[in-house]
Design a protein around this ligand. Structure first.
Ligand code: NAD
Length: 506
């Protein structure tokens, strides 16, 4: 299986190991790929190091680098359905969702092409007529890009596009569960003319193929998206060689609904917030925080609607959401719901696998609503990453007390990735938004994003930002160049050598 891409060549794993990917929707075989060893990963780092230290890419002019990104974007348009098909087969998500993901990925490549080509650094006024000073952007070096399975190519594009735009070389390790679109991307980059060794791909388990990408001294930056525990371990390992670290970790995201919200819109979006892609979204609105006076109206409607959600495979036109990624992940979600019930949460719907032969071979789990949750319950504090909504309520004697109560609940989490506030009172919505300690806040909306705006987490949701302008900065080192055009002795230390010779020859 020649699916590792190292130094411009496709090759198998050194020990010929392979892994077969099955579609989570029905267990059907999708593809068999190479399973890299640690030595394969080190080969890939060495290739990226050589391409950075001796290859043309870091000094290729930014407009040329941008042109390559635009050609990849064009390919995404031309091959949209094929890329979406690969993504849906690996993840089990709806084909139409994967198509939307491909459109997003295209916009990410175009965004970073635009910002990289537009920004050549800046001139600093030194106040000295003979001295010019400029700050230029240099690439960081060799980057390890490690990505999760929920949005395989989208999360990858948030790293690959700025990484290349800035002139770096990289080793990509996608989730071992979803390799197909990463293979597509490597082919596209090579065919569009990226020099050998700039983009390298290793496939395989985190502990084997991923770990060397973090501890190897040849790597300058690790950009990781995934779970909190993995992120902590990566940060600790990277400290030994003081690598730059960018982390996009989990979230436990509050969706705050005030009684003065447009309730039909808030309720409908609360469903999308948590049940889109069966909750396997880092920014999923998994915590509904609702004002007590509308609790029954909101939650009763949500329960009714959640019971009607249609589950099915990627190419089932009737399906509204799909399976979980694996048996292990579904078991985790089931344990999480069982613990919540033990802790006193009230199960309003779901809490089980769907019945019917159509679901037997996939990893389906019903949309689940847990009512009357307390903020200190594990189900409120920890990420289930499944179709599970917890409900907390708040109230206050007056306007300020209600807002304080909502904010206090919404910020009571170690995470800080995203959240939403629903209110028709614009002043209230802005006041609450400004006090929520989360990296993205939606007002009267949930989930949309644009490539031009930063994405990332406060607190333990991560370090750094992707997208926007900051998403490019992560991949650049600022370098200050000071140029004295009229060199002269500094004159700080007296030249006693000339004094002792009894004079000067000037
Ligand atoms: P994960 O942490 O299990 O794995 C992520 C990646 O890290 C995979 O490629 C895995 O193989 C690799 N990995 C695992 N151990 C490693 C190690 N020791 N060294 C190097 N690499 C290692 O996460 P996951 O289950 O694939 O993804 C789900 C998680 O990702 C959720 O917590 C979700 O919130 C998070 N996520 C966050 C964002 C965001 O933007 N903040 C986006 C998507 C997903």
């Amino acid at each position: 299986m020649d699916t590792l891409f190292i130094a411009g060549a496709w090759r198998p794993a050194r020990d010929s190991g392979t892994r077969t990917i099955h579609c989570p929707a029905d267990g059907s075989e999708v593809v068999t790929v190479a399973e890299a060893t640690a030595d394969d990963a080190r080969d890939a780092v060495a290739a990226a190091r050589a391409a950075f230290d001796r290859g043309p890419w870091p000094s290729t002019p930014a407009p040329e680098r941008a042109a390559l990104l635009r050609r990849v974007a064009d390919r995404l348009v031309a091959e949209r359905d094929e890329v979406a098909r690969l993504e849906s087969l690996d993840t089990g998500k709806r084909f139409v969702e994967s198509q939307i993901d491909v459109d997003d990925i295209e916009s990410v490549f175009r965004h970073f092409a635009d910002v990289a080509a537009a920004d050549a650094g800046r001139v600093v006024d030194t106040g000295m007529p003979d001295v010019s000073s400029r700050v230029v952007h240099e690439p960081v070096g060799v980057c390890s890009l490690i990505t999760p399975w929920n949005y395989p190519l989208l999360q990858t594009s948030w790293k690959v596009a700025p990484c290349l735009a800035a002139g770096n070389t990289f080793v990509l390790k996608p989730s071992e569960l979803t390799p197909s679109t990463a293979i597509w991307l490597m082919r596209a980059l090579a065919e569009e003319g990226l020099p050998d060794g700039v983009a390298n791909l290793v496939l395989g388990a985190g502990a084997t193929a991923g770990a060397p990408l973090v501890d190897d001294a040849g790597v300058d930056l690790v950009s990781f998206t995934g779970g909190l525990q993995t992120g902590r371990a990566i940060m600790a390992t990277a400290a030994a060689t003081v690598k730059r670290v960018a982390l996009e970790l989990g979230g436990k995201n509050p969706n705050v609904v005030f009684a003065d919200a447009d309730l039909p819109a808030a309720i409908d979006n609360a469903l999308t917030a948590v049940f889109l892609d069966s909750g396997q979204v880092c920014s999923a609105g998994a915590r509904l925080i609702v004002e007590a006076s509308v609790h029954d109206q909101v939650v009763d409607t949500l329960v009714e609607r959640a019971r009607d959600i249609r589950l099915g495979g990627p190419f089932d036109d009737e399906a509204e959401t799909g399976p979980l990624i694996s048996e292990a992940h579904r078991s985790k979600v089931e344990r999480y719901v069982a613990d919540a019930l033990e802790d006193g949460a009230e199960l309003r719907c779901g809490g089980a696998r769907p019945e019917g032969a159509a679901y037997d071979a996939g990893f389906y789990y019903l949309p689940t609503i847990l009512d009357h949750c307390a903020t200190d319950m594990r189900c409120v504090q920890e990420e289930s990453f499944g179709p599970v909504l917890t409900v907390e309520t708040f109230e206050g004697a007056d306007r300020d007390a209600a807002e304080d109560a909502a904010i206090s609940l919404a910020n009571d989490t170690i995470y800080g990735l995203a959240g939403a506030v629903w209110s028709e009172n614009a002043g209230r919505a802005e006041r609450v938004a400004s006090r929520l300690r989360h990296g993205t806040i939606w007002i009267n909306d949930y989930h949309p994003y644009v490539a031009g705006a930063e994405w990332g987490g406060f607190k333990q949701s991560g370090i750094g930002r992707e997208l926007g302008l900051t998403g490019l900065e992560e991949y650049r080192e600022p370098k200050h160049v000071w140029h004295n055009t009229r060199p002269a002795p500094a004159g700080w230390f007296a030249d006693r050598r000339r004094d002792s010779a009894g004079g000067t020859d000037q």
